[in-house]
Ligand binder design. Structure first.
Ligand code: HEM
Length: 399
């Protein structure tokens, strides 16, 4: 081991999904870790080392260096059962699939969806507005992106609650409750059924939408196979659900706790787009990983082929080397170079859609329910894994 190995600390047994400090105060803990070291090592995986990168510029470079860091799996422990398309492909293969998705999720394509997205959002909010209370996670945050996904796939929007339940089963059932994966496999099978129905409907009757674009797409001169089509649909669904839901929930929880900020943004809705960028920065929820392809020193770490780097976007987005007053929420922050959507070729393909959903939700919620609070005595559990989030957010207001 060279000098670098000596200077990089090891945190014995560290795993960000189970670390008690991270679970207690996720964002503050990444900041604390970052203040103490540039990167650290954990041997928790056993066969290979994990290298946690903590600084914005190192994480940014790791996202972009696809030769040194492969997306063969984006799990930090173990392997993915089935390759996520296109997330777990490296260039040049990755680009062939990503190219098919880009046009349907470009800023222009997404802007065209705004009226319908707004209508869905208003519908969901109006279902709860008169009640004076709701569980924001269950009633709005999960249902809204799910409804948009159904719309995007040309599927009936009245399947929304069924799809939310299926996705929650897949994302939140633990090995303890489902040792042989049968519960999660059954839920996945049902989602595949919905996706297959969407592709069959569009095969018979093409339209100007994402499903038709996937059907028309080709890789190396051949159309996508049925498995590839369903795989892409599956990732789009799961990647767009928990992420949007959790950023929305963190944003609303933040605003519930800051009366002055809430009043000022509600009365000046032009500021929502910039505030949404700051919510994305302040609550960068994704932690992804890469496989090291060869022995190399990176960010001062002596990495070996087969090790993995862990990339917490929360740490990158609150790095004081890059952001003034990084730990202060500034709704008018200029030139916000946050890392919420990652970087490099895998940078979130749904970023424009996510921004639109977040902005519309903020506008429409505060137009109807400008004043609300977290219900007294609410017990909210947070999880930190590939995506950080909360299981519920009980709110009350005067209708
Ligand atoms: C606030 C919401 C969102 C956040 C914070 C987020 C975050 C991210 C991040 C960090 C990545 C990079 C992962 C990596 O490099 O390993 C990513 C990729 C991806 N996201 Fe999102 N995402 C969001 C919303 C969405 C939505 C709405 C969709 C669906 C339309 C989506 C679909 C995808 C897909 C398909 C990829 C893989 C892209 C590729 O590998 O080329 N995301 N997202």
């Amino acid at each position: 081991l060279g000098d670098a190995a000596v200077s990089v600390p090891t945190h014995a047994g560290f795993d960000h999904s189970t670390d008690p400090q991270l679970l207690a105060d996720h964002y503050a803990e990444w900041t604390r870790l970052q203040a103490e070291q540039r990167a650290f090592r954990s041997e928790v995986a056993g066969e290979y080392d994990l290298w946690y990168l903590l600084q914005h510029d190192d994480i940014n470079e790791a996202f972009k260096d696809t030769e040194l860091f492969s997306s063969r799996t984006v799990q930090y422990l173990g392997e993915t059962m089935q390759t996520l398309l296109p997330e777990e492909l490296d260039p040049p293969e990755h680009g062939k699939y990503r190219r098919i998705l880009n046009p349907s999720l470009s800023p222009d394509a997404v802007a065209k969806l705004e009226p319908e997205i707004r209508e869905r959002c208003v519908g969901l909010i109006e279902e709860v507005a008169d009640a004076g209370q709701c569980d924001f996670v269950r009633d709005i945050a999960l249902r809204f992106p799910t409804a948009i996904f159904l719309q995007l796939m040309g599927l009936p929007v009245d399947h929304v609650d069924e799809l939310v339940a299926l996705a929650r089963t897949i994302l939140h059932t633990t090995a303890e409750h489902d040792p042989d994966f049968s519960i999660r496999a059954t839920a996945a099978f049902e989602i595949v059924g919905h996706l297959t129905a969407a592709f069959e409907a569009r095969r018979a009757q093409p339209a100007d939408d994402l499903v038709s674009a996937l059907l028309a797409g080709s890789v190396d001169g051949r159309p996508l196979t049925d498995d590839e089509l369903v795989g892409m649909g599956f990732l789009l669904y799961l990647a767009g659900l928990d992420t949007v839901a959790n950023v929305l929930s963190y944003s609303i929880r933040h605003l519930a706790g800051d009366d002055a900020l809430r009043a000022s943004l509600s009365s000046d809705p032009e500021r929502w787009p910039t505030a949404v960028e700051e919510f994305l920065r302040f609550y960068s929820i994704a932690t992804t990983a890469r496989v090291v392809t060869r022995d190399a020193e990176f960010a001062g770490c002596p990495m070996r082929a087969g090790d993995r780097v862990v990339l917490p976007t929360a740490a990158a987005s609150r790095d004081p080397h890059v952001f003034d007053h990084a730990d202060t929420f500034d709704p008018d922050r200029p030139a916000n170079r946050h890392m919420a959507f990652g970087a490099g070729p895998h940078r979130c393909v749904g970023a424009h859609l996510a921004r639109l959903e977040l902005r519309v939700a903020m506008e429409e919620w505060h137009r109807r329910i400008p004043d609300y609070a977290v219900a007294p005595g609410a017990v909210i559990h947070e999880a930190v894994g590939a995506v950080a989030g909360m299981d519920s957010l009980p709110l009350t207001w005067t209708p």
